[in-house]
Design a protein around this ligand. Structure first.
Ligand code: SF4
Ligand code: SF4
Length: 367
């Protein structure tokens, strides 16, 4: 079934259609907010297939890139404070989060100082470590948009049911639609939005509809194959041409109007929506998820909450802020590929696997 979404001839036909439909427009800018979409666009060389006047921008599509510096630093301070108090914490985190730089170093640096920091592939691995180490406290540093929040909520449910007391999280979960809304309000202009497929499996098409209703922005929920992305672009151009602002679902094989109601209920059981900081984007209203008061015993900050000074989000000259706002692409950054590479990253967008800079670097041969 996926074959037709990778079919070269189908793709070529859509590309021809895009060229026809885009004629006469001065510029059409479409934004996506998903690391995997960026991966598809870049890997398949989609930008190079599009007419000059059609531009694809990538917004805040990587949950790791936008995790605030202060939270990473606070988690490091918690490890140190706990150690001084005789508590041995095992910190679990994802591979890309492990290397994200801050002015006070990274989790990788913390590990090199001798602290027990372990890279896991999912929150389930962290839970297993907690079961295997009943005498230690396991803290999972838990980032991610709706897609990662749903399994986190499921895991917390299991932890509560089992009464597993040595498992806590540090929640830096974020919601995607409020970030898009903040960009629009902040002046980022685009003619249409390509909605992230995985997030949409959780929140459904309905989770995005207010953006079209409030701001008149056409949207297409899209899957992750090259034909999915091309179709989304074509559908958006057609809507702009007709002056229509609708929300269409291209990814019907995975996304329903109402989303995954069970997952939504689980998320709602454990988390409540709060204003939250995004790295390089500032505070975004109602964009973060904190554990509800009745579940505060699952949050490590209930026990340790050291003060952390205000720290700069980015190194001088790093364009991650503009990239996350959909205002620039990595080659516009003077550091890109020269002083900033995945081996020696300057900013978070070059570290994370879903970061736009690292994706551009990985497929650099295509430019
Ligand atoms: S979690 Fe899924 S939908 Fe969200 S940015 Fe990552 S790949 Fe895209
Ligand atoms: S190339 Fe490096 S310095 Fe430039 S925006 Fe990307 S992460 Fe920041």
């Amino acid at each position: 079934m996926l074959e037709k979404f990778r079919d070269r001839q189908i793709a070529q036909r859509i590309v021809r259609k895009i060229h026809e439909e885009a004629k006469g427009f001065e510029e059409l800018r479409f934004m996506h907010v998903c690391g995997t979409h960026e991966d598809t666009v870049t890997r398949a060389g989609i930008r190079s297939l599009l007419p000059e006047n059609v531009k694809i921008m990538s917004g805040p599509g990587c949950p790791v890139c936008i995790t605030p510096v202060e939270d990473i630093v606070k988690m490091m301070e918690i490890m140190k404070q706990a150690y001084e108090e005789g508590e041995r914490i095992i910190l679990t985190t994802f591979g890309d989060m492990y290397r994200i730089p801050t002015p006070r170093g990274s989790f990788a640096d913390l590990k090199s100082e001798g602290y027990d920091v372990r890279v896991v592939y999912s929150i389930y691995d962290a839970y297993k470590i907690a079961k295997e180490n009943p005498d230690k406290l396991v803290v999972h540093f838990s980032p991610g948009f709706e897609t990662t929040t749903a399994p986190a909520a499921g895991m917390l449910n299991a932890v509560v049911e089992e009464g597993l007391e040595n498992f806590k999280i540090y929640s830096v979960h974020r919601l995607t639609p409020p970030a898009v809304e903040a960009l629009v309000k902040g002046g980022t202009r685009f003619h249409g939005l390509i909605d992230p497929g995985h997030v949409s499996t959780i929140i459904g098409v309905k989770g995005w509809v207010h953006i079209t209703e409030k701001y008149g922005i056409p949207q297409v929920v899209a899957g992750f194959e090259p034909v999915d992305m091309l179709l989304a672009i074509l559908l958006l151009i057609k809507m702009v041409k007709k002056g229509e602002a609708k929300i269409l679902n291209e990814y019907t094989r995975a996304v329903k109007w109402e989303g995954n109601v069970k997952a939504q209920e689980l998320i709602d059981k454990f988390f409540e929506v709060k204003d939250a900081k995004w790295r390089a984007l500032g505070i975004i209203p109602e964009s973060g998820l904190e554990l509800r008061r009745e579940w505060r015993e699952l949050e490590i900050r209930t026990y340790y909450d050291p003060e952390v000074p205000k720290l700069p989000d980015l190194e001088k000259g790093c364009l991650c802020g503009a990239i996350l706002r959909g205002l620039a692409l990595p080659p516009q950054c003077p550091h890109f590929g020269k002083t900033c590479t995945p081996r020696h990253p300057i900013g978070p967008c070059m570290v994370s696997y879903e970061g736009t800079c690292s994706i551009f670097y990985k497929y650099g041969a295509l430019f």
